[in-house]
Design a protein around this ligand. Sequence first.
Ligand code: HEM
Ligand SMILES: [Cu+2]
Length: 590
Amino acid sequence: MTNTYIESFPAEAKVVRAAFYSSFLALAIGGLFGIIQTLHRTGYYRFIDSADYYTVLTAHGVFLVITFTIFFLVAIFTWAITTSLDRPVEDIRFTWFWYGLMVLGTILAAVPILAGFTDSEMSASVLFTFYAPLQGHPLFYVGLVLFVVGTWLAGADWFRSWLAWKQENPDERIPLPTFMVLTTMLMWYIATLGVAAAILLFLLPWSLGIIESVNPLLTRTLFWFFGHPIVYFWLMPAYMMWYIMLPKISGGKLFSDPLARVVFVLFLILSVPTGIHHQYLDPGIAEGFKFIAMTNTMFLLLPSLLTAFTVVASMEHGARQRGGSGYLGWLKALPWRDPVFAGMALAGLMFAAAGFSGMINAGMNINYLVHNTFWVVGHFHLTVGTGVALTFMAVTYWFLPQVTGKALWNRSVALGQVVLWFVGMTFMSNAMHRAGLLGIPRRTAEPQYEGFEFEAAVGSVGELDAQIALGGLLLTLSLVLFFANIIGTVLNNRSDDLPANGYADTLSGPSDAPLVLDNLKLWTAIAIVLVIFAYTFPLLSIIERGGLFGPELNELPVSIGLGLEYLWTTVVTTVTSGVDTAIAIITGVR
Ligand code: HEM
Ligand SMILES: [Cu+2]
C-alpha cells in the first residue's frame, strides 16, 4: 500500500483521469495546428491554403488556451479539494455531470471550428478572442456557454465540499490548497460575467439573426473584462503547484502559508479591473480610462513578485535540507534530474522572463510599439505556453501515477521532454519577440508584404524565421515525447514505487496568517467594488456613443422608426409633385 490518490479516492480519481485525458487530447490537436502554422508563416513548408490560416489559428488558440488548460485545472482542483479537505465530493454524479457538460460544450464548439476546413456553410474561424465583426456559427457560442457553465458547476461542487467540511470543522483555517481553489473560482465567477454578457446578449443573438448588428467596441470591452482575468485562471493553478508541490519535491517546506494566501487574495481583487490594458489602441475609450487600467495592472506585478520570492525561498530551504550550502551553491543540491522538479523550475524561470515582456506590454506608450506584432505572441508563449503548459506537463509525471496507479513509463524521456520544451521555447519565443520589434505582424499567413522589407538592426528576418521554425520543431518533438510517456504509462503494468499522495508542509503555517485573510466574503465584495469603479464609466461612455447594438440603431424599435420615415417620405413626395403639377398647369408650361 503506497497511499496514492486512486487508493484514497477511487471514484474521484476516475473523473480526474477523464479530465486529464480530455486535456491531453486538446494539447495534441492544438500542438499539431501550432507546428502547421509555424511552418506556414515562416514559409518553410506550406500545404494549407493561406485562406485557411484563420481556421488553423482558431483551432490552435481555442484547443490550447481554453480546452487544454481548463480541463487540466479542473482535474487538479478536484484533487486539491478532496486531498486537502480529506473528504470525497458530496455527490460524484454531480461531478460527472459538470465534466460531461464541459465535454459537450467542447464538442459543440469544435464542430464549427473544424468545419472551417470543409466546404460547408458552417464555420467559426473567429480566433479564440471571437471579436465582432468576425462572426461564428451559433453552435460555437452555444458550445462556449455550456463549457463555461460546466466550470461554474465545478466551482459549486468545490464550494459545496468546503461548506460541508466547515460545518464539521468550524474553528479550523481553510486548508491552503482549498483556499487557493476557492479564491480562483471567485475570481472566475466575476470574470466570466463579462463574456457571458457578450455572448448571450450580443454575439449569439446576432449570429442567429435575432439582432442585426452589435457594437464592436462594447463586445470587445466585455471580452477583455474576461480576457485578462482568464490568464490568471490558467496561472493560479500553476502557482498552486509551485506553492504546494515544488517545495515538497525540492525536499523542504513552503516558506510561508500566509504570504501564499495574500497572493491569491491579491489576484482575486486585482485581476478583473485591468482588462482595458488590452485596448490601449482601441479608439473610443478615453485615455484616462486606459491610464487607470495601466495603474491597476502595475499593481498586479506585486503578487507575482511575492510568488517569486516565496517559491525561491522554499526551494532554497529544500536545497539546504538536502545538504546544499553557500550563497548560490545550494542550487546544485536541487533535484534537477527529477522531471517534475526540473519542469516546474524551468517553467518558473521562463515565467520570470515573461514578466519583463509583460511589463512592456502593460506600459501605455510603449505598448504602441509592440501592439499586435509577433512580440505579443512571443510573450504569451512564455506565460501560458511555458509557465503554465510546462508546469502542467511536468506535474503530469507525478499525477498520472496518482490517478492510474501505474508507474511512470520513463523518467529519462520525461526529463528530456521538459528540457526540450525549454530549449524550443527559448528559440521560438525569443525570435518572436525580436520579430515584433521589427514590426512583423501576428495573426497572418503572409507576414511579408509585397515589395516591403522589414529592417533588422541585428541579424535578418530570414534568421528569425529559421529560429522560429527550429523552436517550433523542438516543441513538437517535445510534445511527441510527452505523449509517448503518457501512452507508455497507461499501457504498462508496473505499479511499483509510486509516490504517496500529499503536498508540502509549511515553515510558517496557517495559524500565522491573520484571520481576515480567510474572509472570502470581504474579498469578494472588495473585488466587485473595484470592478464597478473600473468599468462603469468606460462601459457607459461606450454605449452612449456607439449604442447598445451598434451605431446604426437607436432606442426606437426599428419597425416604428422605419414606418414613420416611410409615411413622411410618401407625404412629402406626393405634396411636392402635386405642387409641381399645379404650378405647371397654372403657368401653362404643359
Ligand atoms: C508545439 C508548440 C507550439 C507552437 C509551434 C506554437 C506556434 C504558434 C505560432 C507560430 C503562433 C502565431 C500565429 C500567428 O500569429 O500568425 C501561435 C499562436 C498562439 N499560440 Fe501557440 N504554439 C505552440 C504551443 C502553444 C501552447 C502550449 C499554447 C498555450 C497553452 C499556445 C497558445 C497560443 C495562442 C493563444 C496563440 C494566439 C492565437 C491567436 O492569435 O488567436 N501555443 N502559436
Ligand atoms: Cu492582460
